[in-house]
Design a protein around this ligand. Structure first.
Ligand SMILES: NC(=O)c1ccc[n+]([C@@H]2O[C@H](COP(=O)([O-])OP(=O)(O)OC[C@H]3O[C@@H](n4cnc5c(N)ncnc54)[C@H](O)[C@@H]3O)[C@@H](O)[C@H]2O)c1
Length: 423
């Protein structure tokens, strides 16, 4: 049901920086294709200029301006049923625990919390609340990743044996913002790595152990937008105005490279490189080898095409992919957004907004009682724990068991961050 004949869900966006704006564009995209359960009534940010910017742009898209507020108390006066938490990561747990205690349905951006302990605080608050907690993890929702998962489930490459996951680039440029290079605010191995952690577990099931080497290769990062006005790292083109005010160069405290071996509970072994400080040739590879063939996945949100190499057959990287999964169907919201329920590629420039719109669509349907959320507190915590397992292993030289990450018995690397948070 698309929402016209039901009470609207009064929604506020909490955290009105780059992703807050992108979420609002995603909500507008969802409304554009007819899914209109949400009513955006609040824009909340202690930096009121950011909340005002979001509210003004929302008015252009929805014809009504959400209230501009600086705190959750003021939001309570506005009256909300649900919030979308897009603050910087150190505030995810403070905001989400309070909103869940207030009984507000809560969608929280990745990383679910700044540390595993912060995630566990949110998990406990979610368990104690009647409100829904959803983690806004967008990469798995990309229709190409849905197709990859269906092909794996159909065992077109046989039984998965190993994964190569390489994301290599970065130089000494700032990745979007200063905070993404600070250990106490979510370094880049968490900021980006948590997406990859979710994707790996989505495709191949739970990770069991992690061994990693980590490095901080580029302790001084450079922000070209402060010098030339032109940004070099600017998803959806929304960050320029903030980047121009950030320092031209600054010290990085968070590791920027990880080289890891992962084992999965089903016996799959993963070789993982996440490099944000590489010079020269950059590269991207997400490739799964199984007992009968291999699957090479395109970059997330690119609309690129999956390539299958199955023993004894020619390469498949076109619409014949769909022949292998006759029952594959995208969910109704995704199908409306992307214009079909069986896609093998797409060329939209609006991919970012559409992927965020899927998250909102699911959140609304879950609030309406029509489904459960896909990325819940457990999976959100696991993904953060995988990213920190890499950092914990890098700090100690030990093989790290995921169980010990989740129960917080391993926290050599995270202790200082938790102390800074006061948790
Ligand atoms: N899924 C994705 O693809 C994706 C992409 C970018 C960012 N993100 C996530 O979105 C979140 C925000 O990232 P961003 O790039 O927008 O950062 P940002 O720095 O651009 O914006 C953060 C905003 O949060 C506000 N804020 C801080 N504390 C707050 C509080 N207690 N209450 C309300 N607002 C508060 C800040 O004033 C700022 O306006 C992060 O968790 C980040 O990891 C996800």
């Amino acid at each position: 049901m698309r929402g016209d004949s039901m009470d609207k869900i009064r929604l506020a966006i909490v955290g009105c920086g780059g992703m807050g704006h992108r979420h609002m564009y995603g909500l507008a995209e969802l409304h554009r294709v007819g899914w209109t359960r949400f009513d955006l009534v609040g824009a909340c940010d202690p930096v009121l200029a950011n909340a005002e910017s979001l509210a003004a742009q929302a008015e252009e898209r929805f014809g009504q301006k959400p209230a501009v507020v600086g705190s959750l108390e003021e939001l309570a006066e506005v009256g909300v049923d649900a919030v979308d938490v897009t603050t910087t990561p150190p505030y995810h747990h403070t905001v989400a625990v309070e909103t869940l205690e207030r009984g507000w349905h809560t969608m929280v951006e990745k990383p679910m919390g700044l540390t595993v302990r912060a995630c566990n605080l949110i998990r406990r608050a979610a368990d104690a609340s009647d409100a829904i907690l959803s983690v806004a993890e967008n990469y798995r929702r990309d229709p190409m990743n849905r197709l990859a998962k269906a092909l794996l489930n159909a065992e077109v490459i046989g039984t998965p044996r190993f994964l190569i996951h390489h994301a290599i680039g970065g130089t000494n440029r700032m990745t979007i913002s200063v905070w993404r290079h600070q250990k106490d605010q979510s370094g880049v191995l968490l900021d980006v790595g948590v997406h990859f952690a979710d994707m790996m577990e989505y495709l191949l099931g739970e990770i069991d152990t992690v061994y990693a080497q980590t490095r901080l290769h580029e302790p001084i990062r450079h922000n070209p937008a402060a010098v030339t006005g032109e940004s070099s790292s600017n998803p959806a083109g929304v960050y320029t105005k903030w980047q121009r005010k950030m320092p031209a160069e600054f010290e990085a405290t968070a590791e920027d490279a990880a080289y890891a071996t992962l084992t999965f509970k089903n016996g799959v072994v993963g070789q993982y490189i996440e490099e944000h400080a590489a010079w020269g040739q950059g590269s991207w590879l997400r490739q799964i080898h199984g007992s009968q063939g291999s699957m090479t996945l395109p970059g997330d949100r690119s609309g690129g095409i999956i390539t299958l190499n199955i023993n004894g057959q020619e390469t498949i990287n076109d619409e014949r992919l769909l022949d292998l999964v006759p029952d594959f169907r995208l969910d109704a919201v995704t199908a409306d957004l992307f214009g079909g329920d069986r896609l093998w590629n797409y060329t939209f420039t609006q991919g970012d907004a559409k992927n965020i719109a899927i998250e909102y669509g699911e959140f609304a349907e879950a609030i309406a009682g029509n489904r459960t959320v896909e990325v819940d507190a457990y999976q959100g915590t696991r993904s953060v724990a995988v990213s920190y397992a890499i950092l914990e292993s890098g700090a100690t030289g030990q093989i790290v068991q995921m169980d010990q990450m989740l129960d917080e018995s391993i926290n050599t690397y995270q202790r200082e961050i938790d102390e800074g948070l006061g948790i």
